[in-house]
Design a protein around this ligand. Structure first.
Ligand code: F6R
Length: 240
């Protein structure tokens, strides 16, 4: 595990954008695993700027997102489809047909999670996966107690996650209680991981990743076993 500590959120976001930019330069047909949420927001902004300034061709890049809420339409502002389009896909020249996000509106969620695993396999696996972390240590939407051998599946969100994510919704009752998420084994199968965490609220989860015992009760701890993990933090998360 390599740990990079930036001065602040902005610095971390720039470093992360540079990391992904260089990975794309090195492998123009890269498959990126992407995350949503507040943490990578600025990273996407910087990355889009860097890609556009340098006219980088993304026609052979593919993306697969970690997760999506069950029940939200792609044009719902709280959906992860909407987030990705707003924050990244609409700003760069990636063909939309190369981008994949689980369909939370599918009539057959079991078939959807199976076909999502197939999409990843057909792409030859994920070269670089971006991850954030929940306050409770979730990665993707794999909540505490999720088996380490889980694959993409339908998951129930915990009260902590529903409460944390309610900041994006008008009221807490509007937050979906279920999501589709890559499993922990799906995440561990990725060839490399860029893990990002910023701010005090993530300190406990980050401490568990850096120093804790590996346990299904804190899903992020499984990343200790990944052999190509880069952890990017800001000083706040370390309490510095
Ligand atoms: C998002 C995801 C989640 C978030 C986590 C942190 O696609 O999979 O695990 O990374 O909930 O969210 P933020 O960054 O909003 O604190």
């Amino acid at each position: 595990m390599e740990v990079v500590t930036a001065e602040d959120y902005d610095g971390m976001s720039k470093e992360a954008a540079k990391f992904i930019y260089e990975a794309i330069e090195k492998k123009p047909d890269i498959t990126l695993g992407l995350a949503t949420g507040s943490t990578p927001q600025k990273m996407y902004q910087y990355l889009a700027e860097m890609l556009n300034e340098n006219n980088i061709d993304l026609s052979n890049v593919h993306t697969v997102n970690l997760d999506e809420y069950v029940g939200l339409d792609g044009d719902d502002k709280q959906s992860y489809h909407y987030f990705m389009l707003e924050e990244f896909f609409s700003k760069v020249n990636i063909p939309l047909e190369n981008t994949h996000i689980p369909d939370g509106k599918s009539d057959d969620l079991d078939a959807e999670v199976e076909s999502y695993e197939k999409i990843i396999a057909d792409l030859g696996g994920i070269d670089l996966q971006v991850l954030g972390v929940g306050r409770n240590g979730h990665i993707g939407f794999n909540e505490p107690g999720t088996p380490f051998n889980s694959r993409t599946q339908v998951v129930d969100l915990t009260d902590v996650t529903i409460k944390d994510n309610s900041r994006f919704f008008d009221k807490i009752e509007d937050v979906p209680t279920r999501a589709l998420s890559m499993g922990l084994e799906t995440i561990m199968d990725t060839k490399s991981i860029l893990f990002l965490a910023s701010g005090e609220t993530k300190s406990e989860a980050v401490d568990a990743l850096l120093n804790g015992e590996i346990t299904e009760e804190i899903p992020v701890t499984i990343l200790q076993k990944h052999d190509n993990l880069t952890v990017m933090l800001d000083k706040d998360v370390l309490g510095e």
